[in-house]
Design a binder for this molecule. Sequence first.
Ligand code: ZN
Length: 345
Amino acid sequence: MSDKNQGLNDRLERKKRVQRIKTGMLWLLITWMLALMLISVTLIAKVHSLQEQIDIITENTIRSQQVDQQENQAPNDDQDQAEVQIYDTAAENDGGEDGQILPADAVHANQTKISVKSAETMQEDSGAEKKEEDVRKVYLTFDDGPSRNTEKILDILDQYQVKATFFLTGREDNAALKLYQEIAKRGHTIGMHSYSHKYDAIYKSEKAFKSDLKKIQERILEATGQKCSLYRFPGGSSNQVSNTDMRKLIRILNDKKITYFDWNVECGDATSHSYTVEELVDNVMKDVVKYHTSVVLLHDAFNKSKTVKALPVIIEQLQAMDAQLLPIDENTKVVQHVSAESVED
Ligand code: ZN
């Protein structure tokens, strides 16, 4: 009898042991799966972040190459600005007090005699709207977003009740979708800054440029319901890295009635020189005083936290000098390094 009981107990014990082992294995499996999922997510995030870094480094490299070229071509130039140099239209027009900024490359390399008059200098020629010009207009523009800094930038702009312009690139993830919508919802102007932001790809041919343009226009339409007709060329309209004649690409935009904007003031957050927050502010302030209409180049990118820190100070200083901070709209005087009107149909 007791033997029978013993046997029963043994069987029960064994059953329990097997059960325990099974449970243990199940937990082990679950833990493994969770760990694997965690590792995958981390790796995906890492890859994404690395891709962003590669893009930024590529842009920085191209920019510093441009600067190097400028320095080589104009070794005795007094102007020691890293990115752009003042091209004094006053010297040619005798009268205009505003110089026009464009990269020295554009001046030196454009043997093709591209007209580089901005709408602003043309306006001055005609002498119209003198009163309007007494008001200093500043257009803050943010390139390369959306990014993990977009939300912070939007909050700062809200805090100071300032509307700005975002030149956006293409992203498909949900976080980006929300940011596209948030930028539109909060009343800022949306412009295109190419879908891929890869110079090699966009500037490979007219066809490649057109297809990238279509993609970013569709992405913004899909996300915000806006048909965007505002563009900023990656590297600007006078960039020297495009494999395609920029005038051909300008013609494409002209045909589609898309207006492109370059800039005449930059904070320097995309140059190879790593400016401090104070220097970023100073870079903007020292150039803004030169123009009635300033289009300021800033970046909305994951690694531009100094720009985010500089932004409130820039806004406060601009507001202190009674500048109007505005989003780009159809009435904004265009600032273009290579004028759209200089490109014939
Ligand atoms: Zn860019």
